[in-house]
Design a protein around this ligand. Structure first.
Ligand SMILES: Nc1ncnc2c1ncn2[C@@H]1O[C@H](COP(=O)(O)OP(=O)(O)O)[C@@H](O)[C@H]1O
Ligand SMILES: [Mg+2]
Length: 453
């Protein structure tokens, strides 16, 4: 391995044995002729990868594509079934929640335990403890057993340890998503700092903008195979094509990426897409169309108690009224919901909110100002509320709230409110400016006028 290569993964495969039932596992163990009762499942298939010292590598892929398995193998907590691995440097890992700490020990004891596993002496870690405590900022909880921690506290301590032991390789597996935004910000700025100081970072995240911002290279894993290795923007864009492709196109896309046939940026996931009026694949702009993915529904919906009115059927539609949840950036849509009033309501207002996956409130609106709310809506009425909006958002997933407000006993109150009532995904479009970053797509083309003075 060349001098600046710090991690080398060569043709690694991880195979699990899947049993239809627990009984099958027992039968297999005791079968006189070792009859196989299992089906092999390849979590990783022939993955090869080199990481150079100082690189920040993003690993992206759908759920179950093998990202965590690969990281666990690199960290040495999981053995590959076959293949070779070389890691030259101290690895500090923030793996998926649940790994790492002993729940019965206090936070402080776990810090020492973790340090011991990383080969750091007691004296050394005692010196670093104040830094770790300050970073974690969990106060007296440091002396409580870890099982009493919230997931946020657990993450705080785990991250504080991981970044304060001067790792040569830092591995972060999606963990940051559970923290609050303030802590996430702190973690990301620390990751940036470590990056600048020359640490090698392996980073798994669902957030495409974060991978593009943070990483200088990315790989795409799919069904245990490494499909693409390249600049983060390209890899993220191919990943989006793969996840937004209609089911019958996925296999072709995978093959194209795997064999590297043609320019991958020309593979168009929309070709022959659902509801596409044009099958003219030479015109990619025409086939960029919003569609409905029926399996794509929020699992975090909270419907508050109904107080005289009920919201139903929250949905996003095209201006023509077609229900969609995979939208095209820079196109127009309408967020709609229906409300049924069981009791007469006064000073009624209808509200909505768009949030990011982390819950960040991106944009909200109410139908009227409080002083000019709808004066009276009679019991038995049904209304439909529509909020037209321009999808000036970067490719990612967004969540919608819905709320109906009215004056009850002299103060404005929610008659009904649904958190995460609907969700939608924004897929990249041809009109999306490839130089734009962040969440909101504010810019025109050209992005900037440069004038020599
Ligand atoms: N111990 C295990 N036994 C059987 N299958 C497993 C085990 N661990 C992981 N898998 C499977 O391996 C695949 C890859 O998992 P994982 O690496 O966690 O994916 P990702 O992190 O990309 O979501 C998944 O289909 C998962 O169900
Ligand atoms: Mg994972």
């Amino acid at each position: 391995m060349s001098d600046d290569t710090i991690i080398r993964v060569r043709d690694i495969t991880k195979t699990y044995r899947l049993y239809a039932s627990r009984g099958d596992r027992v039968k297999e163990t005791f079968h006189p002729r070792r009859k196989a009762y299992h089906r092999p499942f390849h979590a990783l298939r022939g993955v090869s990868l080199e990481v150079k010292r100082g690189e920040t590598l993003g690993i992206i892929g759908r759920n179950g594509s093998g990202k965590s398995t690969l990281l666990q193998i690199i960290c040495g907590v999981l053995q590959p079934t076959s293949g070779e691995l070389e890691v030259r440097g101290r690895v500090s890992a923030l793996l998926e929640l649940g790994a790492g700490f002993n729940p019965d020990f206090t936070g402080r004891q776990n810090v020492f335990l973790n340090a011991a596993i990383l080969g750091i002496g007691r004296g050394e870690i005692e010196k670093r403890l104040p830094q770790i405590e300050a970073f974690a900022d969990i106060g007296a909880f440091i002396d409580q057993p870890v099982r009493t921690y919230s997931s946020g506290m657990y993450l705080r301590l785990a991250f504080a340890v991981a970044v304060n032991v001067d790792p040569e390789i830092l591995v972060v597996d999606e963990a940051l998503a559970v923290g609050d935004e303030v802590f996430q910000r702190k973690c990301y700025s620390r990751i940036h700092e470590m990056r600048r100081s020359g640490a090698t970072i392996l980073f798994v995240s669902h957030s495409a903008p974060t991978v593009v911002e943070l990483c200088n290279r990315a790989v795409l894993l799919d069904e245990g195979e490494l499909l693409l290795n390249g600049p983060p923007k390209l890899v993220v864009s191919e990943y989006h094509k793969l996840i937004y492709a209609p089911a019958h196109r996925v296999q072709t896309l995978r093959e194209r990426l795997k064999t590297g046939h043609g320019d991958p940026s020309q593979t168009n996931a929309c070709e022959g897409g659902q509801g596409s009026p044009s099958r003219d694949s030479s015109s990619s702009a025409q086939c960029m169309e919003a569609f409905l993915d029926p399996s794509f529904l929020p699992s975090t919906t909270i419907s508050y108690e109904v107080r005289g009115a009920r919201i139903s059927d929250p949905r996003v539609t095209t201006p023509e009224g077609r229900i969609v949840n995979v939208l095209v950036s820079r196109s127009d849509y309408v967020y709609t919901y229906d409300v049924e009033f069981f009791e007469t309501a006064f000073n009624v207002r209808f509200a909505m909110l768009i949030k990011t996956v982390t819950g960040f409130e991106l944009a909200g609106a109410a139908s009227f100002q409080p002083q000019d709310a709808y004066p009276v809506i009679d019991a038995g009425s049904r209304v439909s509320v529509a909020f037209p909006f321009k999808c000036a958002l970067m490719p990612a997933v967004y969540f919608l709230n819905a709320g109906v407000l009215a004056t009850v006993d002299g103060s404005e109150t929610y008659l009904h409110r649904i958190i995460d009532a609907a969700m939608f995904r924004v897929q990249p479009s041809d009109s999306l400016n490839p130089r734009a970053i962040g969440i909101v797509d504010l810019f025109e083309d050209p992005i900037a006028w440069i004038t020599r003075q």
